[in-house]
Design a protein around this ligand. Structure first.
Ligand SMILES: [Zn+2]
Length: 284
């Protein structure tokens, strides 16, 4: 997930909202799309006019404009009806079904709606918050506390040792699937501190020569995954048995079942395997 090309972000809701604005309307974490979800039917997002015609309304948040078309996130009530010929779909079920730019904006909308729903009252004094006019934030009128949309940084690291890759299987993974290591940043840590700590805690090895690879916004629920390569620098491979069920060194040309291609984990692993394979070829 990333910012789509041609998207200009904003936060001030236009008045009135144009009828052709794209509506990302969420009920209990699922977004309203057309159709019954059967293979062969392409889901479509409603526009503002559709939403009004369906009698649906909720808390609206301006996201910005995609190619000049306004995009609005809407948080519907948990008991909002499901109109005939429309359905509420989980975001994961829309991968490869919605065009990438719309899927990325749906993920963005999901996070804004979720943040709005969980920050209606001040965390310090319990007073109802209101939207801040000049930025995407909520402010407490009683004590002045300001709350911004939540983004939680997490690291991912693929450790290599020569032409081997360190891949691990977490208990929560599907059977036989292995991936790079990952973990959330703790207060006071840099991303590099987090990588060294998590690798030490999860598999007992030390790493060095950290190299940034890429980052990915991940809306489940509000992570920013920041991916690195690193080189093995010592220690015995010892999975913690708590989060990590298994961890092994795999030869670059004999990797196990990996995460799906959409994930940054897969991109990181594929790019590293390719680099190691290139290095394995004789130079001439
Ligand atoms: Zn307050």
């Amino acid at each position: 997930m990333h910012t789509p090309e041609g998207f200009a972000p904003g936060h001030a809701l236009p008045a009135p909202v144009p009828e052709c604005a794209i509506a990302f309307a969420f009920r209990d974490g699922k977004v309203l799309v057309s159709g019954d979800g059967q293979p062969g039917t392409e889901p479509r997002l409603p526009d503002w006019r559709d939403l009004a015609a369906l009698g649906l309304a909720g808390r609206a948040h301006y996201l910005g404009a995609l190619g000049g078309v306004d995009c609005i996130a809407v948080g519907l009530a948990d008991d909002a009806p499901e109109p005939p010929s429309w359905r509420y779909a989980g975001l994961r079920s829309l991968f490869f079904a919605l065009p990438d730019p719309l899927l990325a904006l749906a993920a963005r909308a999901f996070q804004i709606v979720d943040w709005d729903a969980t920050h209606r009252y001040c965390g310090r004094c319990g007073t109802a918050t209101h939207a801040k006019a000049d930025e995407r934030a909520k402010e407490c009128p009683a004590c002045g506390l300001v709350a911004y949309p939540l983004v939680t940084p997490a690291m991912m690291v693929l450790v290599t040792r020569g032409r081997e890759l360190l891949l691990a299987r977490a208990h929560r993974f599907p059977p036989a699937m292995f991936s790079a290591l990952a973990g959330f940043v703790e207060p006071g840590e840099t991303i590099e501190d987090c990588i060294r700590r998590e690798v030490r805690e999860e598999v007992g090895v030390e790493v060095d020569r950290l190299e940034y690879f890429a980052s990915q916004s991940w809306a489940f629920p509000h992570s920013l995954m920041i991916a690195f390569n690193a080189e093995y620098a010592g220690g015995e491979l010892r999975p913690d048995g708590h989060e990590i069920a298994e961890a092994h060194w795999f030869a670059h040309d004999a990797v196990p079942k990996l995460p799906p291609s959409l994930s940054i984990a897969r991109r990181l692993i594929d790019a590293t395997v390719e680099r190691l394979a290139r290095g394995a070829q004789p130079s001439c």
